[in-house]
Design a protein around this ligand. Structure first.
Ligand code: GDP
Length: 458
């Protein structure tokens, strides 16, 4: 399966049923034959596909593939699709049908799309020249300046359309220049924590074990230093902010520097490695740092450093974890879970930077957290899961039932889900947790926070 790169701009195809969205989708992603779907539901494969044109890469989403329940009226469905496109895409292709002319549903979609800040290209499909001329005037009435006549089936007009798509994506700066790609694929790790927990020691321990340092070079901010290296073929960037504490000119407390340092490092990171001191246990300062990571929407791994002080005999004579060591780790973990329930998704890594113990496994945990942070759930699957979860455990209040018409992931890093629902104010904390846990039970989301947004839909 083609891997969808989260950094590639999304181009959304919107339009009422039967205008030829799937045909256009297949044309853009380079499929010769339309896939006949005989299983219910939509796979991620089908809905999002990588596409490229003249060396520029982007991702196409066919919003027509998003599943709705049969009860939802057509207008609700198409408006929702348009809304999803507006939330998710860098550019929208609004498809209408030259053969059938303008319909009230097209008008409905146009009304929704007009609010979009994104460029909208009106694609008049099933065009032959005489028909287009006949219909041009009425399609202009939809209010979009740029009209592209195409035949998705035969391919006429598609090259012109794609040239325009690429030009607009470039204008929007949505395309990643090729020389940035390497860096974009790198996972960025920020090492954060209170003073003296062992951040610098951990950094050195990691760099002591790394396979090949590519280049230590100044980061984009004065106080941050980025170190690029590869770890089992995965490019990693360590973001360090060692300079901040040394800046003597700025007045402030230790706490102030800690927060400043953590914030600066996390701004450009994917994963926060929150380092804590095993001997000191979890302090309020540690919790504050972890909270910063959560608020910033970063993936998070709790690195319990100086474990050698808690357990000097961590490995037995056979190089294995002893039963006593395992039970110490378990005890620490349980206490952490009790005290920091808000971070229940964050894995713990037990290390000794000094003894170089556990460093490899901490990095591997961080890489996994970064992958989970960018995990996309296909809309069809997501809707099935949410609808099942709600019917299994409905949310009722004063005779009203909370209803989700449809759910969609509008972004990753962190995974962000929009619920189009009847009563957003009913969606309280514990129900949010319930849905979150249902997702976590099925998808690889360890280490990443998940965001839920609610939107009222009639
Ligand atoms: P930072 O302020 O978070 O960067 O902390 P440092 O890396 O400067 O470490 C603070 C102190 O803790 C130093 O004296 C280190 O030698 C010590 N230290 C760091 N990691 C470990 C460890 O894994 N085990 C032990 N015993 N000491 C450590």
């Amino acid at each position: 399966m083609n891997q969808i790169k989260p950094n590639r701009p999304l181009v959304a195809i919107v339009g009422r049923p039967n205008v030829g969205k799937s045909a256009l989708f297949n044309r853009l992603v380079g499929r010769r034959v339309a896939i006949v779907e005989d299983t219910p539901g939509i796979t991620r494969d089908r809905l999002y596909q990588p596409a490229q044109w003249r060396g520029h890469h982007f991702t196409v989403i066919d919003t027509g593939g998003i599943l709705f329940s049969d009860q939802d009226p057509l207008t609700v469905q198409v408006r929702a699709q348009a809304q999803i496109a507006m939330e998710e895409a860098a550019l929208i292709l609004f498809v209408v049908d030259a053969a059938s002319g303008l319909t009230p549903t097209d008008q409905e979609i146009a009304d929704t799309l007009r609010a979009s800040l994104r460029p909208v290209l009106l694609v008049v499909n099933k065009t032959d020249n005489t028909r287009l001329e006949q219909h041009a005037a009425e399609f202009y009435a939809l209010g979009f300046a740029e009209i592209y006549p195409v035949s998705a089936i035969h391919g006429h007009g598609v090259a012109d359309l794609l040239d325009r798509v690429i030009a607009l994506l470039q204008q929007e700066k949505a395309l990643v220049p090729s020389d940035l790609k390497e860096e974009e694929e790198s996972i960025r790790l920020a090492i954060v924590g209170r003073p003296n927990v062992g951040k610098s020691s951990l950094l050195n321990a990691i760099l002591g074990e790394e396979r090949a340092i590519v280049s230590p070079m100044p980061g984009t901010t004065r106080d941050a230093l980025d170190t690029h290296f590869t770890w089992s073929e995965q490019p990693l960037t360590l973001i360090d902010t060692a300079g901040i504490r040394r800046s003597g000119k700025v007045q402030g407390t230790v706490e102030y520097y800690m927060v400043l340092r953590a914030r600066t490092a996390m701004e450009r990171s994917d994963v926060a490695l929150v380092v804590v001191d095993a001997e000191a246990g979890i302090t309020d300062g540690d919790k504050r740092v972890a909270q910063l990571a959560q608020e910033a929407g970063r993936a998070c791994v709790i690195v319990v450093n100086k474990w050698d002080l808690v357990d000097p005999q961590i490995l037995n004579s056979k190089g294995k974890l002893s039963a006593a060591s395992r039970s110490r780790i378990l005890k620490f973990t349980e206490q952490f879970r009790r005290e920091c329930s808000f971070l229940d998704y964050a894995p713990l890594a037990f290390v000794s930077a000094k003894e170089r113990f556990g460093v490899t496994s901490a990095i591997e945990t961080a890489i996994e957290a970064a992958q989970n942070h960018a995990h996309r759930i296909a809309t069809g699957e997501l809707n099935r899961l949410i609808h099942e979860a709600i019917s299994k455990h409905p949310l009722l209040d004063k005779g009203r039932a909370f209803k989700v018409y449809y759910a969609t992931m509008v972004g990753v890093r962190p995974p962000t889900i929009v619920l189009f629902c009847n009563e957003p104010e009913m969606f309280h904390f514990s129900y949010r947790n319930y849905l979150e846990n249902q997702l976590r039970a099925v998808y690889p989301l360890e280490g990443t926070p998940i965001r839920f947004l609610t939107r009222k839909a009639e």
